[in-house]
Write a protein that binds this ligand. Structure first.
Ligand code: ZN
Ligand code: ZN
Ligand code: ZN
Ligand code: ZN
Length: 224
């Protein structure tokens, strides 16, 4: 049985406000002028009790197919951003994590001897427009994300302080053995299989994990 080369097509995604679809590049431009997003933002501003703050527009890239666009209130902490990323993309078994911003390490569990800082720092203290920074989850089988601040505006978002603007559509990844879409990925050799070809795969069947829309698909015990 000859194995096929895995095909990679970078998926676009759907705007969470108007539902229109855009490519990865098109989404950043769209979000700046989405009419439905604007309506929601205006509605929040009607409420005069709330104070305005700096809202950070951040794009998050995982390996290959995966991307998120988010907005975060500048007063939220790196710790809250870490929980957001864990919830949506990476949490499998409470591994450690770290942000690296301008050569400073902000750790989930900071160690003074390594000069690490706590994640208990507000985004507006650590980030500026254009800041490109890194996030690592699990220092064994690491999932590495690259983040960039696309812009900062004055406004208000809901109480949670971080919201999802858009994310990539689930990538269509083909089985390594046939033309069906893959349903499983092997945690040992990273091979993709469909239901029919599970048996052709050589590693132990227990190593197969479900295909999920996350850069941690197939890593450790990640099931989405
Ligand atoms: Zn939109
Ligand atoms: Zn794990
Ligand atoms: Zn197959
Ligand atoms: Zn395998």
């Amino acid at each position: 049985m000859t194995k096929k080369e895995r095909k990679i097509v970078l998926p676009g995604g759907k705007c969470n406000f108007c539902g229109n679809r855009y490519s990865v590049q098109g989404m950043s431009a769209h979000l700046k002028k989405c009419v439905e997003k604007d309506k929601q933002d205006q509605a929040l501003l009607q409420n005069k009790i709330i104070k305005l703050s700096s809202i950070f527009h951040i794009v998050v890239r995982g390996e290959c197919f995966y991307w998120l666009q988010i907005e975060a209130d500048g007063k939220t902490t790196l710790y809250e951003l870490d929980s957001f990323l864990r919830d949506i993309w990476v949490e499998c078994c409470m591994h450690l994590s770290m942000f690296r911003i301008n050569d400073i390490n902000y750790s989930y569990s900071p160690m003074k001897e390594y000069d690490e800082r706590s994640m208990n720092v507000a985004l507006h203290k650590a980030l500026k427009p254009g800041t490109r920074f890194d996030y690592e989850y699990d220092f064994g089988s690491t999932t590495h994300l690259i983040l960039k601040v696309l812009g900062v505006r004055t406004g208000k978002i809901d109480k949670k302080g971080i919201r999802l603007l858009a994310r990539n559509d689930a990538p269509e990844i083909l089985c390594s053995y046939c033309d069906n879409l893959a349903t499983d990925i092997c945690a040992e050799c990273s091979e993709w299989t469909c239901k029919n070809c599970r048996k052709k795969h050589e590693c132990d069947e227990e190593m197969l994990l479900p295909v999920v829309n996350s850069p941690r698909a197939g890593v450790c015990g990640y099931c989405g």
